[in-house]
Structures are given as structure tokens and as C-alpha cells.
Ligand binder design. Structure first.
Ligand SMILES: *[C@@H]1O[C@H](CO)[C@@H](O)[C@H](O)[C@H]1NC(C)=O
Ligand SMILES: *[C@@H]1O[C@H](CO)[C@@H](O)[C@H](O)[C@H]1NC(C)=O
Ligand SMILES: *[C@@H]1O[C@H](CO)[C@@H](O)[C@H](O)[C@H]1NC(C)=O
Ligand SMILES: *[C@@H]1O[C@H](CO)[C@@H](O)[C@H](O)[C@H]1NC(C)=O
Length: 703
């Protein structure tokens, strides 16, 4: 809009200051002088004059500005007007200290709002480069109370929740909004809007400008921390508001950003405050105004861009929302992940924890890691369970070592006492050197707290007793049985006489005889004796073994000897031949001792009748008779009357003729023997198991 010098004079005269001056010089001839004075005065006013600036002022920086500041607003030492400072939920206002006369009483329409023009340079430093709190607004407000009760946040320090939308608020504003607020039907989070008594803009547009050269729209980011200039003009006659903006340094674009019809007559009243407000919410921003000029009834004085105070540096590589929001989440996640990892590692440590002592180094070759055994047995899963019995459970496992897979049986023995462990391990290690085709090979061990794991060769056909008693397995014919008997005898011979030390097995029985792939009988595991014997004299206190296989003398001596093994072997011979357990209990609780039962047959001259007839294939009466008689011979109550295992072997091989059994030989029954003597109080009786459990051996010194 163009304003002629005459109009300027007219308006100047309306100004109180000039009314005084004009009143003093009533002569019309002074009009010209007054005009001159006006120009001089206007020039002076441009330098940030006080209240009496005639509604026309310019601030190229605010160091010496006379502004009313409210809320967080301050003027920085270098002259920036900082409306909000870095605190959330704050408003900051800065306005011309005195209200400006927005109505001209001498004008034809005295209630019409006067034209005005303003320009300013601002910059918004969001908390993050890509996210900020609320924006900034230039306002014209009639009522100071409205300003003082205005709220921060979405209300921009302009209105409050009761007067928002109320015509009595008498507020006009041009907002530069940096947050999208659906309540106010905002366009987006980067827009310019014209507000009248409400934060819901009458009209709004994306922040930006139209390039003079191309006519194309160029976006401007309000929170870019870059200074941008705004021009707001109100044409009182046309009741039209024009808003234009551009990056600092660019000439005012010809095409305005916004143009809308707004009648400010009702809004501004007689006088109104002009200034800026801004607000922060849950995030903060710093809102700066670098320079401002204003003019009633005329164009705002031009700003001297070159002397405007400098903005603070855009920041040391301003942190982005991504960094500030994602980084803590990422680090929290990392901490969490590390925590989990530590937990897993610690759990793993506990899970795979072993006991290992210096003295065990000597047995390194036999020592397995728990982890390997754990994985080999699929975590000792029930699916891998081969059997469970008195001493623990046996699991099938597959050990993988450099492309070779070895099938093993892992026996888990619970053992609390540390005592005797060293001797026991020593024994295990030496047992590891026992090698015989009729012995189950012990491969190694592993030790944990309260637990001992023994690793054996895996025997694919399981234990012998299953074939004897579980008919679904198909049973064994006589030649197979005889072969197994011979095999076990030969294994026992190796233990008793052929190895460097005498090894007493102590638990010979069908369930401790395992069958390999070729159905060879192999005497099962070794070494548990020490474990259960320790605490006192290893050889005399506890008796470990299985009822029916225990030689009578064990009851009072408690000392395992080769002869006690032979006794058990005798019971085993009868068991395998007859397919009956050494002691059987009928439904009335009556016990039948196999030895006595066979002896009865033998007395009647019908010993062959005792044999298991379920699988008659290859039945050899001479062999059966021999084995049964040998069984009786070995079951003699007096240890000295029993043959040695070497003799047993010779009888089986036919190298020696079995002596005739005299009736006196069996003048008393084993039953009587067993019950006539009180067994040791501490005697341990592991339950009779159908697996290879509960085997006990003993090494009684060198030969
Ligand atoms: C600032 O303006 C107010 C109101 O117009 C006035 O009373 C005060 O004297 C001014 N102060 C200065 C330092 O000019
Ligand atoms: C911002 O201004 C307020 C009000 O003056 C003040 O309480 C606060 O400490 C300031 N914050 C900073 C960061 O300067
Ligand atoms: C809102 O502003 C009005 C003035 O326009 C004031 O009378 C009222 O008390 C304010 N309300 C609140 C809740 O501050
Ligand atoms: C300007 O920015 C707005 C919002 O970010 C976007 O929707 C619009 O497409 C942009 N316009 C141009 C011309 O870049």
C-alpha cells in the first residue's frame, strides 16, 4: 500500500505528541514546518524510541529496546530477543510497552482499525533439529490481562483455555506454528496462520515463499534454526491482511504467502499492544527475534539486516530426535542385551559347572566335560534314558569328536560326599585300563557338585535280564545262554586273576550283564564300591550288592572276596539257565530261593527239569545239567567249598570234570543260612534293578 506524505502528516497530527506541537503553533503557515519536523522526528523515532514513538519504530537488535518482557523472554547481551529459553512449559512475551492507537477518531469511520505494517526477523531453535515445541506469533492484543493469563504450550502464550475462540479476547495474531495440533485443525507442523480470537487459524499455509523468478513455492522449515524475515501488512480500508515471508537476506517476495480479509475493527479497540509471543510445551525450543520494525498507517521502516545481532551457533552438530530418542532406547536395549548375555553366561557356567581338582590332572584323558556329556545326551532328556536304578540313571549319548560319533552310555550317580572321591577316581582311571571283550568298557568320568558321571561303551542290546524275563524280547536259546555264561565267566576270570590287581566285581547278576551287538555277554560297570564304602574301613562296613546274590559270609564279615563273586556267579548261572530270579516272591509273600528249588530237583534226580523250557532250540541236556550243577557248587554256603573262577572256567570248557555233588554238600538250605545270621546293620541293599545299575567292584591290593 502506498502512503503519501500528506497522509503521513495527517496521521502524525493525530498523534498526541504532534497534537501538542501543532496546538502550540496554530498558524497554518507552520504546516510546512510541521511537515519538515515530522520527517526529522520520524527519522529519530526509527531509533528505538520510547513509548512516544508515534506507533512507528524499528529495532535492529534489542539491546537498547524499550519493550515489556514477560514469561521467559529476555534480551541476550548481544541484543537478541529470546522469547523462550530452554525450559519446557513456558511462555515468553515481548511487546511494545504502551498500547498503540489503532483507531483514528478523526477518520470518517472512527471505529475502523488503522492500517499497519510490520516486518521482523526470527529464528526457532527446536530442541532437536527435526522436532520442536510450539511456535511463535506476532500479535495485536487489546487487553493486557489476556496476555498475562495466556497459557504456554499449544496456546502459544496468546490465549487461555477459557477465552480461546471467544470474541471478547480481542486478539489478532499471525502464528508460525511448529507443531501439528488436531484440536485447532492445524494444517501441519510447519505452517503460518492468521488467527483472530482463536488459535484455530482463519487461513493457513505451509511456511515458505514464492520465488520471484520462477513463481514456484519454496518450503521453509520454521525450526531450521535459520533466520527468516516476515512482512505483515494490514490494509484498514480493504480490511485485508497480507503475510509474506522469505529467508533472511532475500528481498520481500512479490507474491505473498497469505492474503485474507479480516476486519480488525472489532479486535483492536481504541488501542492495542503489539509484540511477540511464543511458548514451549513438553519439548523446549528457543525462539529468537533478531529485529523488528512497525509502522501505523504506513510501511514499516526497513530493517538493516547487516546490523542484526548474530544467532547463536546452530549448535555442535545439533542432536537429532533420532539420536536423542533412539540412542537411549538403543543403549537401554544394549544394556538389556548385555544383561541377558551375562545372565545366560552365568547360567551356562552354573549349568555346565564341574568340580575339578589338581589331582585330577593325572586323569585328564578320562575326564569329560559336563557340557559335552550334556549335549551328547540331549540335556539328559528322558528320551535318552536307558534305565534307572539304585545308583542312578543311565542315559544314551552320542559323543561327537572331529567327525566321529561314538555311542556311549552315561551313568549319573548322585554322590554328596567328597570323601573318597580321589581314590574312587583313581580307581575309575585304572578301571579305564581294564580291557576285556566280556567287560563293558569304562571310557571316562565327569565330576560335578553332588554328582558323578561315568561314561561307558554303549551296549546296543541292553541288559540280559530283559531277555530272561521279558518274553516280548523273544528269549534266548540255549547256545546263546551258554555263550553268555562263558563270556561272563571269562570276564570275571580276567578281573579276578588275569589283571595286575585283583578286582572284585561284587554285583554279578543278570541285570549287570549287558549284551553287545553280537549278543556277547559283558559284565557291566565298575567302581561304585568305593563311593558307597567310604567313611570307614572300605572293606568291612557296608555290604553292597543284591539280595539272592550275596554270599552268606558277607553277612558277618562284610568283606567282598573272589569267593563272594563266585557265589553271585552261581546264582547267575542258575538264573540264566532256569529263567528265574534268585529269590522269587509269590502273591502270598512266600519266598522261593532258586538255589533251594534247584537243589530240590537235583535231589529227586530231575535237575534238567529246572531249566527254562521256553526256548527249546539247541537244548543240550549235558550242558544244562553241567551249568546247573556248577551253579549249585558255586552257591555253596561255605566259601572254601566253592570253586575258583578259573576252575569254573575249566568246568565250562570241559577241561575238568565236575565233581559229583554229595547230598551232604547241601545238608542245609541257603534260606536257612541267610536267615540264621544277622546281616550287618549298615548293610546297603540297593533295589534289584533290571538295568545295569548297582554294580560294585573292589580292588583289593596287588597280587
Ligand atoms: C519505556 O516505555 C515506557 C512506556 O512508554 C516509559 O514509561 C518508560 O519511561 C520507557 N523507558 C525507557 C528507558 O525509555
Ligand atoms: C528460562 O527462564 C525462566 C524464567 O525466567 C527461568 O526460570 C529459567 O531458569 C530459564 N531457563 C534457562 C535454561 O535459562
Ligand atoms: C483466561 O483469560 C481471561 C481473560 O481473557 C481471564 O479473565 C480468565 O481468568 C483466564 N482464565 C484462566 C483459566 O486463566
Ligand atoms: C512443503 O512441506 C510440506 C510439509 O512438509 C509438504 O507437504 C509439501 O509437499 C512441501 N512442498 C514443497 C513444494 O516442497
Amino acid at each position: 500500500m502506498r502512503i503519501t506524505p500528506a497522509q503521513k502528516l495527517k496521521h502524525a497530527v493525530n498523534n498526541s505528541e504532534f497534537r501538542l506541537a501543532v496546538g502550540a503553533m496554530l498558524l497554518p503557515t507552520f504546516h510546512l514546518a510541521a511537515l519538515l519536523l515530522l520527517f526529522v522526528s520520524a527519522g529519530r523515532c526509527a531509533d528505538a524510541a520510547a513509548g512516544g514513538d508515534g506507533g512507528r519504530f524499528v529495532y535492529n537488535g534489542f539491546r537498547a529496546a524499550n519493550l515489556t518482557l514477560d514469561g521467559a523472554a529476555t534480551v541476550t547481551p548481544n541484543g537478541l530477543l529470546m522469547l523462550t529459553n530452554g525450559t519446557i512449559q513456558m511462555k515468553g512475551q515481548a511487546f511494545h510497552p504502551s498500547p498503540l492507537p489503532f483507531r483514528d477518531p478523526s477518520a470518517p469511520n472512527a471505529t475502523a482499525a488503522r492500517s499497519f505494517s510490520t516486518t521482523f526477523v526470527f529464528a526457532i531453535f527446536g530442541q532437536y533439529t527435526d522436532l520442536s515445541s510450539h511456535g511463535l506469533a506476532f500479535f495485536v492484543a487489546a487487553d493486557r490481562a489476556v496476555l498475562s493469563t495466556a497459557l504456554p504450550g499449544q496456546f502459544l502464550g496468546l490465549l487461555n483455555n477459557t477465552n480461546d475462540g471467544n470474541r471478547s479476547a480481542h486478539v489478532f495474531a499471525v502464528e508460525f506454528d511448529t507443531l501439528f495440533n488436531a484440536d485447532f485443525h492445524d494444517l501441519n507442523s510447519n505452517h503460518v496462520g492468521v488467527d483472530v480470537d482463536s488459535l484455530e487459524s482463519r487461513v493457513a499455509a505451509d511456511a515458505g515463499y514464492y520465488d520471484d523468478a520462477t513463481g514456484l513455492f519454496r518450503n521453509l522449515s520454521l525450526i531450521s534454526r535459520k533466520a527468516m524475515q516476515v512482512w505483515v501488512d494490514y490494509d484498514g480500508a480493504a480490511t485485508q491482511v497480507t503475510v509474506t515471508m522469505a529467508p533472511i537476506g532475500l528481498a520481500r517476495p512479490k507474491k505473498p504467502l497469505l492474503q485474507t480479509t479480516v476486519d480488525l475493527s472489532d479486535v483492536v479497540q481504541d488501542a492495542a499492544y503489539v509484540g511477540f509471543t511464543s511458548a514451549t510445551g513438553v519439548l523446549f525450543s528457543r525462539h529468537f527475534v533478531l529485529g523488528w520494525s512497525f509502522g501505523l498507517d504506513g510501511p514499516a521502516p526497513a530493517l538493516n539486516i547487516s546490523v542484526l545481532p548474530a544467532l547463536p551457533p546452530a549448535g555442535p552438530k545439533p542432536r537429532s530426535k533420532v539420536l536423542v530418542i533412539v540412542l537411549p532406547i538403543a543403549s537401554a536395549t544394549l544394556v538389556f542385551a548385555v544383561g541377558i548375555a551375562i545372565y545366560v553366561l552365568v547360567r551356562r557356567r552354573i549349568k555346565y559347572a564341574e568340580l575339578r581338582e589338581d589331582w585330577e590332572i593325572a586323569f585328564g584323558r578320562h575326564r569329560f566335560s559336563y557340557k559335552d556329556l550334556f549335549h551328547a545326551t540331549k540335556g539328559f532328556s528322558d528320551k535318552q534314558l536307558l534305565g534307572a536304578g539304585g545308583f542312578g540313571s543311565v542315559y544314551k549319548g552320542v559323543l561327537r569328536k572331529s567327525n566321529t560319533e561314538t555311542e556311549v552310555a552315561v551313568k549319573k550317580v548322585s554322590h554328596e560326599s567328597k570323601q573318597g572321591m580321589k581314590e574312587f577316581i583313581t580307581e575309575v582311571a585304572s578301571m579305564g585300563r581294564l580291557r576285556h571283550r566280556n567287560l563293558v568298557q569304562l571310557i571316562g568320568y565327569c565330576r560335578r557338585k553332588g554328582e558323578l558321571l561315568l561314561v561307558y561303551d554303549y551296549m546296543p542290546n541292553g541288559s540280559l535280564d530283559k531277555y530272561l524275563y521279558d518274553r516280548s524280547k523273544g528269549g534266548l536259546d540255549w547256545p546263546q545262554r551258554f555263550r553268555i555264561i562263558r563270556g561272563v565267566a571269562s570276564g570275571l576270570l580276567y578281573l579276578h586273576e588275569d589283571w595286575e590287581q585283583v578286582v572284585i566285581h561284587r554285583d554279578v547278576k543278570a541285570s549287570n550283564v549287558l549284551l553287545d551287538a553280537e549278543m556277547n555277554g559283558r559284565l557291566g560297570d565298575f567302581g561304585l564300591a568305593r563311593l558307597y564304602d567310604h567313611g570307614a574301613d572300605a572293606h568291612t562296613t557296608h555290604v553292597v550288592g543284591t539280595m539272592g546274590y550275596l554270599a552268606p559270609e558277607l553277612g558277618h564279615t562284610g568283606k567282598a572276596t573272589p569267593a563272594t563273586d563266585v557265589f553271585a556267579f552261581g546264582a547267575f548261572l542258575l538264573e540264566v539257565t532256569c529263567g528265574r530270579r534268585p529269590i522269587e516272591q509269590d502273591e502270598h509273600g512266600n519266598h522261593t530261593v532258586l538255589v533251594d528249588w534247584v537243589t530240590g530237583r537235583w535231589r529227586r534226580g530231575l535237575i534238567i527239569d529246572a531249566a527254562d523250557t521256553m526256548t527249546p532250540d539247541g537244548f543240550n541236556p549235558d550242558e544244562v545239567s553241567l551249568v546247573l550243577k556248577l551253579g549249585l557248587l558255586c552257591s555253596h554256603p561255605l566259601p572254601n567249598a566253592r570253586p575258583t573262577i578259573r576252575q569254573v572256567m575249566q568246568y565250562l570248557d570241559g577241561d575238568m570234570v565236575l565233581p559229583d555233588l554229595s547230598p551232604e554238600h547241601f545238608g542245609f538250605t541257603v534260606m536257612e543260612q541267610m536267615y540264621s545270621r544277622e546281616f550287618d546293620k549298615n548293610m546297603t541293599m540297593p533295589c534289584v534293578s533290571s538295568t545295569s545299575m548297582g554294580t560294585v567292584s573292589d580292588i583289593s591290593g596287588g597280587r
